[in-house]
Design a protein around this ligand. Structure first.
Ligand code: ADP
Ligand code: MN
Ligand code: MN
Ligand code: MN
Length: 346
């Protein structure tokens, strides 16, 4: 038997943005535990905005398990928060009600700032560094400093070693700003891995005395970019059948549901979706081929392939909850009948 360090990870009840929480229990297993072998566990919900003081127990239900590459015999145990009965999802548990479908693929582009001493890494104590331009995909000390790359590389390795479907990294437009991409088949799978990747990044940066700033517009109304979490999505039907008529019906449905999407695309998004800095206005829905100023960017490959493939919703922001984002995208898609559904109805 081996003693495993099980890090139970969950989302707390803070609004509008939950924080990641985690605590360790040590348990013996013959080999790396499966999900089924992992017991429910409890925590004090009154300390996480998830319960009143008098009756404060909440239940952690393991829903995904990954190796924890930073620890010997470690496991990352992603949990849903349940009521004391162990079966009713807690109101803060957005994962429990996610619309899901294995054929729906999601690629999230998580942008964020690295912060030190209350300002982006590389910013001088007073004023600003040289304006945006050379930082995006930049190289060299004056562009990316000396520890940022070490952090993002280490994070990439941790994610890959954990089995997270990490797809890439790049330095972003603002100084101190970075991005990583996670791809998953199914909304839960993709969103689980975004939350775990966020967790690994926050835990990793502790030792560098650096914070991760996920707010979508940390530098306010200035000439510095905000942070998004573009949501690239495709369903089996979009990849295999698609077509111009279906695409146009889909875009009508997205236009119709604009406000419902914005409602779950992350807090303070009006500060970011201004129409400047490669964003569309929060107030209108637009789409365009290769258009980085549109709500939805349609890749050239999509049009060239007979309106088949994936689309990029550029509106979700860096602090958004990927469960709710993916679920909302799927809901709007499911409101649009496919040809076979239309035929069946006729
Ligand atoms: P850009 O910065 O140009 O917007 P990225 O390369 O950062 O693009 O991100 C593109 C994302 O699209 C990746 O996360 C990738 O996984 C995702 N993606 C690619 N093909 C599909 C697909 N068929 N369905 C869903 N997402 C996809
Ligand atoms: Mn990108
Ligand atoms: Mn980006
Ligand atoms: Mn993008």
């Amino acid at each position: 038997m081996t003693k495993y360090k099980l890090e139970y990870i969950w989302l707390d009840g803070y609004t509008p943005t939950p924080n990641l929480r985690g605590k360790t229990q040590v348990k013996e297993f013959a080999e790396f535990p499966t999900l089924e072998q992992l017991p429910l566990w409890g925590f004090d919900g009154s300390s996480t905005m998830q319960a009143e003081g008098k009756s404060s127990d909440c239940v952690l239900k393991p829903v995904a398990v990954y190796p924890d590459p930073a620890r010997t015999n470690g496991a990352l145990v992603l949990c849903e928060v349940m009521m004391p009965d162990g079966v009713t999802p807690h109101p803060s548990n957005t994962r429990a009600t996610v619309q899901d479908d294995d054929g729906a693929w999601f690629g999230f582009e998580q942008e964020y700032f690295l912060y030190k001493d209350g300002r982006p890494l590389g910013f001088p104590e007073h004023g600003y560094p040289a304006p945006q331009g050379p930082y995006y995909t930049g190289v060299g000390y004056k562009n990316v400093g000396n520890i940022a790359r070490q952090i993002v590389e280490e994070h990439l390795d941790l994610c890959l070693a954990a089995g997270i479907n990490h797809e890439g990294i790049n330095a972003e437009v603002a100084k101190g700003q970075w991005e990583f991409q996670i791809f998953g088949k199914g909304s839960k799978k993709a969103a689980d891995e975004i939350w775990l990747a966020r967790y690994l990044l926050e835990r990793l940066t502790e030792k560098y005395c650096v914070d991760v700033e996920y707010h979508c517009k940390p530098l306010g109304d200035t000439d510095w970019n905000g942070s998004g979490m573009h949501c690239n999505f495709s369903t089996s039907f979009m990849r295999e059948a698609g077509g111009k008529d279906y695409f146009e019906a889909l875009m009508d449905a997205f236009a119709e549901a604009r406000a419902d999407h914005i409602a779950v695309y992350g807090p303070d998004n009006h500060l970011r979706l201004t129409g400047k800095h490669e964003t569309a206005s929060i107030h209108v829905f637009s789409y365009g081929v290769a258009d980085r100023g549109a709500s939805i960017r349609v890749p050239h490959s999509f049009v060239n392939n007979g309106y088949r493939g994936y689309l990029e919703d550029r509106r979700p922001n860096s602090q958004g909850d990927p469960y709710q984002i993916a679920s909302r995208v799927l809901k709007t898609i499911s409101d649009v009948p496919t040809f076979s559904e239309k035929k069946a109805a006729a």
